[in-house]
Write a protein that binds this ligand. Structure first.
Ligand SMILES: *Cc1c(COP(=O)(O)O)cnc(C)c1O
Length: 477
């Protein structure tokens, strides 16, 4: 048995060296996984020892065992789903957060963490052009940010009907309908389920050609209440923004609670060039976004904002004699669904200080420019086409099977299969990572650029790679 206390020095020094080896561009690791499921299971499924082992040896072993199973999703040529990397200051602050190991549930057990979150909340509201009086919570991601915001929504809508939901529960309460577009993100659907509001009460309303919720459909649906209207700031396929200036006043006239899913799109408010996409969004009742996507803070980090702090607090706050509640300071458990929790404000604090206001705007605009270049340049290669030209950092392209002549009856399905095949070949090349989607019934390759490190050279390299792959498929019979 190793009863001897182990020091922190050696394992942390080993971890630092491994991290730097992983993060340095010179390593030029394949972007996609190189090891398969069976290999990873074989390497990692060790029998659990009776006695412990040396900490540094465990770290070195771990790094060997996971080799090929760490996707370079934090790197500059990862364009799958909507995933960001980590800014150096944010990553370093995140390491310290683990070293300090604060329980940031209350001021009494993590004073600096509470103050940092207070400061970060103010900075975020300012950058995202949200009302300065809004309350907020730093949660694990946009998923739990939806839950936090919609808890407040549920409280407020039912309180107006003299129903105390925290006390009575939902059985027998007036039903709440959720009005949204057909492009709603699944995380909102899951939040509705967790809150007991019931998926069948979600009404998916039609969109226009630009992916925006149609005004006439909303007006018709609002005739029955109470309702939560969920609008999108950036949907996951084409980055569509609902028309907030038009739709929010309509929803408010009908007494609805308006929630904005801005997992990544809300960051456009930080850019003078793109801010117009969010005109009128500040009149909503709640907003969610992520730190771990476009801001490039390590996982896990999301933000919830609520215009009515009283409704937010009433839905979550709890008092107990063994806890030490602050009178002046911020107790996160008044605003957060978690009890014990990580001091996740430190990483955001560091990220925002590393970038500054200009740096945030620049990150948002630069990644949009790279997304635009990737989509238009890949789309103009022989055998490719642009499906959606990015207005922000999301776009779509599609590939045509060169061996199926349209005049000889090549079907759209052939090109669907071919598009998925090209995506797989790009992943196999190790050069870049893209994911597929079905948009308006057809397969497409999503191009999503969120990483602070992506450069013009990365764009050139990826376009050349796709060109090579398309060329090789034409040659191959
Ligand atoms: C990623 C995403 C979410 C969910 O966010 P998590 O941080 O993964 O919980 C919600 N909505 C949209 C539009 C997203 O892209």
């Amino acid at each position: 048995m190793t009863e001897k206390p182990q020091s922190f020095q050696a394992p942390l020094a080993a971890a630092l060296q491994h991290a730097i080896n992983h993060l340095t561009p010179e390593s030029d690791l394949p972007v996609a996984a190189a090891a398969d499921l069976a290999t990873l299971r074989k390497k990692l499924s060790l029998p659990l020892d009776e006695s412990g082992r040396d900490a540094t040896e465990i770290i070195d072993d771990l790094v060997k065992a996971v080799e090929g199973g760490i996707i370079d999703s934090a790197g500059p040529r990862f364009f799958g789903w909507v995933i960001g990397g980590s800014l150096p200051a944010a990553l370093a602050a995140d390491w310290l957060t683990s070293a300090w190991d604060q329980n940031a549930g209350m001021y009494a057990c993590a004073p600096a963490a509470a103050v940092v979150e207070e400061v970060v909340g103010g900075w975020l509201k300012d950058l995202l052009h949200l009302p300065p009086t809004a309350s907020f919570a730093l949660v694990t991601g946009c998923q739990m940010a939806h839950v936090t915001c919609l808890l407040a929504a549920r409280h407020a809508l039912l309180a107006r009907r003299q129903w105390d939901v925290e006390k009575e529960g939902l059985a027998g309460s007036p039903p709440i309908r959720i009005l949204t577009s057909t492009e709603i993100h699944g995380s909102t659907v899951r939040a509705i389920r967790m809150l007991g509001l019931g998926e069948k009460h979600i009404i998916g309303l039609p969109i226009d050609a630009n992916g925006r919720l149609r005004e006439d459909a909303l007006i018709e649906a609002l005739k029955k209440s109470p309702s939560i209207v969920v609008l999108q700031a950036g949907d996951l396929n084409i980055g569509a923004f609902d028309d907030f200036a038009k739709l929010i006043p309509i929803a408010k006239r009908h007494g609805a609670w308006v929630h904005v899913d801005g997992a990544f799109g809300l960051w456009c408010a930080a850019s003078p060039r793109l801010r117009h996409l969010l005109t009128g969004a500040d009149a909503a009742d709640s907003w969610t976004t992520d730190g771990h996507k476009w801001l490039n803070v390590p996982y896990d980090c999301g933000y919830a904002f609520v215009a009515d702090p009283q409704a937010h607090r009433a839905s979550l706050s709890h008092r107990a004699s063994y806890l030490t509640h602050a009178s002046d300071a911020r107790d996160q458990m008044d605003w957060n669904p978690e009890w014990s929790r990580r001091g996740r404000g430190f990483a955001t604090y560091a990220a925002l200080r590393q970038l500054g206001r200009q740096g945030v705007a620049n990150l948002i605009e630069r990644t949009c420019d790279h997304a635009h270049a990737l989509v238009t340049r890949i789309g103009s290669l022989e055998g490719a086409e642009v499906v959606w030209e990015p207005q922000i950092n999301q776009g779509l392209v599609r590939f045509r099977n060169p061996h199926k002549d349209p005049r000889e009856g090549a079907s759209a399905t052939d090109n669907d299969t071919f598009t998925d095949r090209i995506i797989a070949e790009i992943l196999a090349s190790g050069e870049a990572f893209f994911t597929g989607t079905t948009w308006h019934g057809r397969r497409a390759m999503r191009v999503s650029v969120c990483n602070w490190q992506t450069s013009a050279e990365d764009v050139d390299r990826v376009v050349a790679c796709v060109d090579r792959i398309l060329h090789a498929t034409r040659e191959r019979k």
